[in-house]
Design a protein around this ligand. Structure first.
Ligand SMILES: *Cc1c(COP(=O)(O)O)cnc(C)c1O
Length: 375
């Protein structure tokens, strides 16, 4: 059996080596490391793939979120609602921009932001909602857009974990997640579903004026060379990374399919056991692209299982061990423990198993057998 890894980028690379190497070679030959033709080609390819008018490439997913927020007319003290159960980058950029993060609980069934939680958290100061499509599963964008429209709020989708996932709206129309809110942000960190070989990110929007604003912000606030109209940042996707992404994008749907197939095999193998709760998903809607495969262990033995698997050289991880509202940097007197029952419980119960595009049946069987013998 091949060595188990959380993410196996080496085996994936072996299969696409020719395309990736040719792309990198092209950048080297043309000597266009910044803003080269491959950046523009990848941008156009991604716009087409996502069905969105504008993709603005940038340096990483955290920048993408920050720049998306900088492009909206938000002022210090404005409240931005987001999920308590996510990677810290989401709340970090809100705080960095001197906006006020308002954390709300998530739902147990899909681990995404609670709609009731959003409604309860809205005040006259609320200006935006940041849903995170956690672990690759689309949040309920119909309901979120409805709440946002009713209260005149922006929706900034944190799509770092769900690129390629579809959301089928109430009219039956299929849209890529990240393109439904006013603006979306994604990451091309190597382990993400569409990852480069370094750092990278992008912002998506259908709004022409916002896209123009964002293109200036990523480039020092310049709309005309050496004219700085707004305070911007320096956040670029470099040409080498764009080359890697251009070569990998045509494989994204197959990669997501491979992840769903692996998830299905895990689910089937673990289905019989009552203390293991596996992620439910519908293979027809494709609203889950399994950036992570996360199960819940309900008998209080999650940490024991973690040690058991590690002893058997099976990598696994806890995403996320501590709720954001309990983190020193984001604690706030307003938060009460009873407002976060689901996040608190998830942090005790979740465990992520190896998930990537190259998982083999024998590996999945070894992992699930090892879990079942312990639980
Ligand atoms: C990875 C990730 C980010 C940040 O992306 P980077 O490219 O690492 O900056 C933001 N939000 C979520 C939910 C993520 O998983």
């Amino acid at each position: 059996m091949k060595k188990l890894q959380m993410v196996d980028l080496k085996s994936q690379y072996e299969k696409i080596k020719t395309e990736v190497n040719a792309s990198i070679q092209e950048v080297l030959e043309t000597n266009t490391y910044i803003n080269g033709p491959l950046v523009h080609q990848f941008q156009a390819d991604l716009e087409k793939y996502l069905g969105v008018k504008h993709v603005i490439p940038c340096a990483n997913g955290t920048d993408a979120l920050q720049i998306a927020m900088m492009g909206l007319d938000l002022k210090p003290g404005d409240e931005v609602i987001t999920a308590d159960f996510t990677f810290a980058a989401t709340v970090e950029v809100i705080a960095l921009l001197q906006l006020t993060p308002v954390l709300v609980d998530v739902d147990m069934d899909n681990m995404n932001i609670s709609l009731e939680g959003i409604k309860k958290a809205i005040t006259p100061k609320t200006k935006a909602i940041v849903p995170v499509h956690l672990f690759g599963r689309a949040a309920n964008m119909d309901a979120i857009m409805e709440i946002a429209n009713e209260h005149n709020l922006y929706v900034i989708e944190d799509n770092a974990q769900a690129i390629g996932a579809d959301f089928i709206n109430k009219d039956g129309v299929k849209k890529k997640v990240g393109t439904i809110g006013h603006v979306g942000a994604t990451s091309f960190f190597p382990s993400k579903n569409l990852g480069c070989y370094g750092d990278g990110g992008a912002i998506f929007t259908n709004d022409d004026a916002l896209a123009h604003t964002l293109r200036g912000i990523v480039n020092h606030g310049m709309y005309e060379r050496y004219h700085h109209d707004v305070v911007g940042v320096n956040s670029r996707l470099d040409s080498l990374q764009a080359g890697v992404l251009k070569a990998k994008l045509p494989h994204l749907d197959n990669y997501n399919k491979a992840r769903r197939e692996a998830a299905n095999k895990y689910n089937n193998a673990l289905a019989e056991n009552n203390t293991i709760i596996t992620p439910k998903f519908d293979s027809l809607t494709e609203d889950h692209v399994f950036h992570q495969y996360v199960i819940r262990i309900t008998n209080g033995k999650r940490d024991g299982l973690l040690t058991h698997l590690q002893n058997k050289q099976i990598p696994c991880a806890i995403y996320y061990p501590i709720p954001l509202h309990s983190q020193k940097a984001y604690a706030d007197a307003r938060y009460k423990e009873e407002d976060f029952p689901v996040t608190n419980q998830l942090c005790e119960e979740v465990i992520a198993l190896p998930m990537h595009t190259e998982l083999e049946d024998g590996q999945i069987k070894f992992i699930t057998d090892s879990i079942l013998e312990f639980v």
